[in-house]
Write a protein that binds this ligand. Structure first.
Ligand SMILES: [Zn+2]
Length: 248
């Protein structure tokens, strides 16, 4: 199985990255997509890709107050054999983030994704309408995934309508996460991915800092439950989807 979004380079997970990769391997999670955050993280993520199971993505996260260096980005995407541009997006939840810069960086990275025919890993908080408008206005919407999707089916449908995938994580393991679980139940089987977003999002009874790629198994169990499917069909289907989207 594949963890399609894990920050192996973030503390406290970075201190045990090698052990976490090994523990994941033991339970059948044998590929891990690691997105970048800022320019400084690009080298760290490229280094992690030396571990066979790690597949890197490069980009500038909307929380980062740095104008994306698209020339450098292009270079590292090719050199490090990136499987996606990410994570990128919009976050209007906090006033402190520079919205103009976010919009400029987002558009530049979307354009690059189309030019290089790479999928995007999308982060969105508090800016769903803005993101939908930007994506819909592009001559061609890039392939990609709405990561850590935890909203309801109505919003999900609009992203699916643009051809995007949706990734479900720890949220769907929580009985109280009604919206996310409803979306997880209704999403088309060929558009679903699994991710932990470790170490950022907890599972039901697992603290965020303790989450590792091996928890993909628990997320798959919850997804099987809410969809009334077998674990095997979830495991096979989501792995197939990730392979197809990221060309891995
Ligand atoms: Zn993330």
């Amino acid at each position: 199985m594949i963890d399609t979004h894990c920050h192996l380079n973030f503390p406290p997970l970075n201190a045990r990255a090698e052990a976490a990769i090994h523990r994941a391997f033991l339970v059948g999670v044998d590929q891990i997509l690691v997105p970048s955050f800022d320019h400084a993280s690009w080298n760290a993520v490229a280094k992690l890709a030396a571990y066979g199971p790690v597949l890197p993505a490069f980009g500038i996260h909307p929380w980062v107050a740095e104008r994306v260096d698209t020339e450098r980005l292009k270079e590292i995407l090719v050199q490090a054999g990136a499987v996606a541009i990410g994570e990128i997006g919009l976050d209007f939840k906090l006033e402190s983030f520079d919205r103009e810069l976010q919009l400029t960086n987002f558009q530049a990275q979307l354009d690059l994704a189309v030019a290089m025919d790479l999928p995007v890993m999308l982060h969105c908080r508090g800016a769903f309408e803005e993101m939908l408008t930007i994506l819909a206005q592009m001559p061609r919407c890039p392939r990609g995934v709405m990561h850590a999707f935890s909203r309801g089916p109505e919003l999900m449908e609009r992203f699916l309508g643009l051809g995007l995938h949706v990734a479900f994580g720890g949220a769907i393991t929580r009985p109280g996460a009604k919206q996310a679980r409803r979306s997880a139940a209704l999403a088309p089987a060929d558009r679903i991915l699994l991710e932990t977003d470790a170490p950022s999002i907890g599972l039901h009874e697992v603290m965020p800092e303790d989450v590792e790629p091996r928890h993909i198994i628990d997320i798959a169990v919850s997804l099987a439950q809410v969809r009334g499917e077998s674990f095997e069909s979830i495991a096979d289907g989501t792995t197939r989807n990730a392979r197809r989207l990221f060309g891995i």
